[in-house]
Every structure is written in structure tokens, then in C-alpha cells.
Write a protein that binds this ligand. Structure first.
Ligand SMILES: [Zn+2]
Length: 124
């Protein structure tokens, strides 16, 4: 499962968000619930390109737990976000995720010509 590469789960509460994401500003996250059988049931997939801590804190109350993965490059984070969105189709995501501001990157699942992070580097 792609979701296994995310860190966590952590409790979706202020102190836990702060300590788990300390020093990270850009990342992809999954909100959900850790079930009694140990599975993480995803209800929402999101990303923050510059304010990971604040964005997660804004979601407090919408799910009991979260997982996340930090990225240095917002466009790489967007590619991962798209993959997770298409893999899980979470109930909390009625719309396709948005790309980072200023980016023209397209979703690698909707547009197979964009597949790898290397594709980004070549465009710059
Ligand atoms: Zn897509």
C-alpha cells in the first residue's frame, strides 16, 4: 500500500501535530482513524505546500488521527498527493487536489506524460 510510506499514525491534536511535524513546512497527509484491527481507515488526503503545521491544526476535529510525509519540493509533494488521492478516493475529498501556486504541473494519474519527479527537473 502506498499509504504505508507515510509516517504515523499520530493523534490529530495540537500538541501531537506540533511535535510530529516540527521543522517541516511542506508535506502530504492522510486523515483517518486507526481501527481496532490496526488498519488505518483514510477519510481525507491533503497536502500543505508551506504551512504543514497550521493546515493540520485547522483539520483538528475532522478525524482522530493523521499520517504524513514531509517533502522539500512542493511539486514533488503534489505528485504524491495525486497518487494517494487516486489510490484511496477518500470520502472527504469530493474534488481533485490543487497544484501548488505558480506551478503548471499536471496530475501524473490524470496525465500519464507526467510520471516522475525527474520530469519536473527537466522543465526548469
Ligand atoms: Zn488526477
Amino acid at each position: 500500500m502506498q499509504e504505508a510510506r507515510l509516517e504515523g499514525p499520530f493523534r490529530l491534536m495540537v500538541d501531537d501535530v506540533r511535535s510530529a511535524t516540527r521543522g517541516r513546512t511542506c508535506g502530504v497527509y492522510a486523515l483517518g482513524a486507526l481501527r481496532s484491527d490496526g488498519l488505518f481507515a483514510v477519510s481525507f488526503i491533503g497536502a500543505s505546500y508551506d504551512e504543514l503545521n497550521q493546515d493540520l491544526c485547522a483539520k483538528i476535529g475532522t478525524a482522530p488521527h493523521f499520517k504524513y510525509k514531509a517533502f522539500a519540493d512542493p511539486e514533488v509533494a503534489f505528485l504524491e498527493l495525486c497518487k494517494l488521492f487516486h489510490a484511496f478516493h477518500p470520502s472527504g475529498n469530493p474534488f481533485h487536489p490543487e497544484r501548488p501556486k505558480g506551478s503548471r504541473l499536471r496530475c501524473p494519474v490524470c496525465d500519464p506524460s507526467v510520471r516522475r519527479p525527474e520530469a519536473i527537473a527537466r522543465r526548469r
